[in-house]
Ligand binder design. Structure first.
Ligand SMILES: [Cu+2]
Length: 443
């Protein structure tokens, strides 16, 4: 641009035969030709020349950056409503911020969003898969566990933390909740750390090409130190789990490599306070094998240590479906939402829970809400018929969406209606405050 401008100045000053050459160059860029000034005084001449140069520079810039300017215009028009919609969902950009069971409940990540030339939203995410050299990262899973975690009362209960060595997406169990809108172009870059011992992958439920399916081999296996971008169009609207699909899959899942994915419909669902509840479990059957990656069907050598630490927790033998789970939870923390950590609600407020079951080794889990009824949409898809109930049963990988209001204030338990699971951590409480308003039958 500088060369042409200088050239233009020289041409104007000289006013000779160079002008056609410059004009030819400008024409190829779609910029109007130079006009020879007719002013007589030197000052007027200079001003006119500067004005022309300034105008030409602007036109030249626009010609050279036409695509960029068009893109900026598209983003200026389409990005604000997308960001407004993300804000309305309380959707963070960054899915790297670690969550706890308290923040995971309402933490959604919508990714880094931009708009493609065709007007489609592009959302980019990064997931770091890490097995910590196969041995896992120590996470505490006993915050409120009676007799083990922090005392719920001022009784003489002692604090004995229970540690689980987890394999993680972005450092937490469960991994971040990723959220898109149907039709969005999504790019999820999964990096497996150098520190990892095993290959991992991202297998998402929902619809996508085979190469994006996150299975062994060419369809998405990522070696330690490697990365892969899963590139797809989000469809259809619904609630989905994602997880690593490397063999043995039950080990890669039960060690912690899973999370939830929500695809919103293009027409937003009715306004509601939204929560995520990921049902999961912990087994210590893999913790004694130093990340060998092989299933063992009996409880490991660390059982003595577990029994010592978990003396207050009931152990039940399983139904012969592989290793037993020693803990069950919502959002990664057994006995998490109890006492002062109960979930606070108010009467008359619309709520929506995105629910998924990633419990391994037990074929069935369930969700029961006390003192209320809710509308349940299996898989959360738009054409799934809703069920009006207070309990839903979920198989492995199953999920859905609950919508409800509370009419009465009070303390209400939510838990698995499998008491064995409740005894081992899968319980929580809603503390519902009274906010006068109309009565909702939810149905
Ligand atoms: Cu894996």
């Amino acid at each position: 641009m500088l060369i042409i401008s200088t050239f233009a100045v020289a041409t104007l000053l000289i006013g000779t035969a160079i002008t056609p050459i410059v004009n030819a160059q400008l024409q190829t860029l779609g910029v109007p030709a130079l006009v020879k000034t007719t002013n007589t005084t030197a000052a007027a001449n200079t001003t006119a020349i500067q004005s022309q140069i300034s105008g030409l520079q602007k036109q030249l810039y626009n010609a050279q950056h036409a695509d960029q300017i068009k893109q900026q215009a598209i983003e200026a028009k389409l990005l604000p409503p997308i960001k407004q919609s993300d804000n309305a969902k309380h959707c963070a950009i960054d899915q790297q911020t670690p969550t706890t069971f308290k923040t995971y409940l309402t933490h959604f990540a919508c990714g880094h969003v931009s708009v493609l030339p065709n007007g489609t939203a592009l959302r980019k995410f990064t997931l770091i898969a890490d097995d910590y050299n196969g041995t896992g990262k120590p996470i505490e899973i006993s915050t409120n566990t009676p007799g083990l975690g922090k005392p719920l009362t001022s009784s003489n209960q002692t604090y004995k933390p229970v540690i689980f060595h987890a394999w993680t997406f972005n450092g937490t169990v469960p991994g971040p909740t990723m959220r898109f809108t149907q039709g969005d172009h999504v790019q999820i870059t999964v990096k497996v750390t150098n520190d990892s011992k095993f290959p991992h992958s991202l297998h998402m439920h929902s619809m996508h090409p085979g190469a994006m399916d996150g299975m062994s081999g060419a369809a998405g296996m990522i070696e330690p130190g490697g990365s892969l971008t899963y590139d797809f169009i989000a469809q259809p609207a619904g609630v989905y789990p994602y997880h690593c699909h490397m063999a043995p899959v039950e080990e890669h899942i039960s060690r912690g490599l899973y999370g939830m994915m929500i695809i919103d419909p293009k027409t937003p669902r009715p306004q509601a306070t939204e929560m995520v509840m990921m049902l999961n479990s912990y087994t210590y059957s893999f913790q004694g094998v130093n990340g060998s990656g092989h299933l063992i069907q009996t409880l490991p050598a660390t059982m003595q240590e577990i029994q010592k630490n978990l003396s207050a927790v009931e152990f039940n033998s399983d139904e012969g479906n592989g290793p037993d789970n020693q803990f069950y939870s919502v959002n990664g923390m057994p006995f998490g939402y109890v006492g002062t950590d109960s979930v606070h609600l108010t009467t008359g407020t619309p709520y929506r829970i995105y629910l998924a079951n990633m419990v391994e080794f037990d074929p069935v889990n369930s969700f029961h809400m006390h003192g209320n009824m809710f509308n349940y949409r299996p898989s959360g898809t738009l054409n799934s018929s809703k069920i009006y109930t207070d309990i839903v049963t979920l198989g492995q990988g199953d999920r859905g969406m609950l919508e409800f209001h509370y009419n009465f204030p009070g303390q209400f338990m939510f838990h698995a209606h499998i008491n064995h699971f409740s005894d081992l951590g899968w319980i929580g409480f809603f503390l519902v405050d009274n906010k006068p308003g109309p009565f909702f039958n939810n149905g």
